[in-house]
Design a protein around this ligand. Structure first.
Ligand code: NAD
Ligand code: TDX
Length: 331
């Protein structure tokens, strides 16, 4: 089976390449990635001889058409992925997440290939903090930010191409991922690398907002379960019951790194900040028999701390630039 992976030099796509090389040698892998600020070929260095790489844009019709025609299956991770960036400048989000996904859909339709579209739980908006409700596959779309609205739009494009053109596609909407190779603009690696750089961790607002954390390998094992057993046209929620508020995460990171757990600062809140995300993954668990492996968050965070500590050359050059952009917003 020939598999085209878009966004394979980013955080989740990169871990997906590693995971697939290790656990699914039956796939012959091609990666298409524009290597934006968020992508790095170094992420794929440990598996460098196991795939073919194309540097290019998913909005490039000709390139996408050619690569889709040459493969059996497309796993589509490529996206602009950071909420805070989408508040600074939404245009790259509109371009990549909407136009890019439409470009892939048209190639998939033309060449009659299988597509799996990677999406997020943020398409559902947010939940109340003290509400037992969780997102399910039937929760109405209600996205809040430019990022999440373009992801919601990309999902709707996939759904429309399934219904109108009967393409063979599935969608998954996952909760917040953590693990190695995540860009240091994101919450957990930003705080780990702050502590390693003698900068105080930064908590937005009160820090009471809740995210439903899942290890990136559990996300990727779920994607493989969907590729193997998922039904065409279906959408699956991916989550591992990892709800924690941001304050808990920052305190735990400080504690695991041997610091005073109160040694962080509150900074400006994110405008329109989603309060809580929570996934009910019953469909994935019962219909596809998937279970997560990384159920101990503290152990997963410790392994992630170890990775950033041991791989400082992977992130160090970016640190000052990332912090300067946050500082402009008082964050
Ligand atoms: P990321 O920002 O780390 O990586 C995105 C990758 O896509 C980068 O390698 C980048 O170079 C590439 N890319 C961006 N624009 C491109 C374009 N126009 N053409 C080709 N390549 C392009 O993102 P991530 O966190 O790995 O997220 C991957 C996917 O998973 C996204 O679709 C995101 O919406 C989704 N998702 C992420 C999370 C999370 O917690 N990070 C959770 C659920 C879903
Ligand atoms: O420095 C920070 N301090 C802070 O308190 C940063 C960067 C974030 N936060 C808060 C904001 C959020 O409540 O931490 C939480 C997590 O923030 P992010 O890492 O930016 O993630 P989030 O906005 O929840 O979105 C992530 O999960 C869903 C991914 O970036 C998305 O791509 C994915 O769709």
């Amino acid at each position: 089976m020939k598999m085209l992976i878009t966004g394979g030099a980013g955080f989740i796509g990169g871990n997906f390449v590693h995971y697939t090389v290790k656990n699914h040698p039956e796939y012959e892998i091609t990666v298409l990635d524009a290597l934006t600020y968020a992508g790095g070929i170094e992420t794929l260095e440990p598996v460098a001889d196991k795939f073919t790489f194309f540097q290019g844009d998913i909005c490039d019709h000709e390139l996408v058409d050619k690569l889709v025609s040459e493969n059996d299956i497309v796993v589509h991770f490529a996206a602009e992925s950071h909420n805070d960036n989408s508040l600074r400048d939404p245009w790259p989000f509109i371009q990549t997440n909407l136009i890019g996904t439409a470009t892939i859909l048209e190639a998939v339709r033309k060449h009659d290939k299988r597509l799996h579209h990677i999406s997020t739980d943020e398409v559902y908006g947010d939940l109340e903090l003290n509400d037992p409700a969780k997102f399910t596959e039937t929760t109405p779309y209600n996205a809040s930010s430019p990022y999440s609205s373009t992801k919601a739009g990309s999902d709707l494009l996939v759904k429309a191409w399934v219904r109108s053109f009967n393409i063979n596609a599935t969608i998954s909407n996952c909760s917040n991922n953590y693990g190695p190779y995540q860009h240091i603009e994101k919450f957990i690696p930003r705080q780990i690398t702050n502590i390693l750089s003698d900068i105080k961790p930064k908590l937005y607002g009160t820090g009471e907002q809740v995210r439903d954390w899942i290890h990136v390998d559990d996300h990727n094992s779920a994607v493989h379960a969907i590729l193997e057993k998922g039904k065409a046209g279906e959408l699956y929620l991916i989550g591992a019951d990892g709800e924690k508020d941001n304050k808990y995460i920052i305190e735990t990171l400080l504690e695991l790194m041997g610091k005073d757990k109160n040694d962080y600062e509150h900074v400006n809140d994110r405008p329109g900040h989603d309060q809580r995300y929570a996934i009910d993954a019953t469909k994935l668990r019962t219909q596809l028999g998937w279970t997560p492996k990384y159920t101990n968050l503290r152990e997963g965070l410790q392994a992630t701390i170890d990775w950033y500590t041991e791989n400082q050359e992977w992130w160090k050059a970016e640190k000052a630039k990332v912090e300067a952009a946050y500082a402009e917003k008082g964050q």
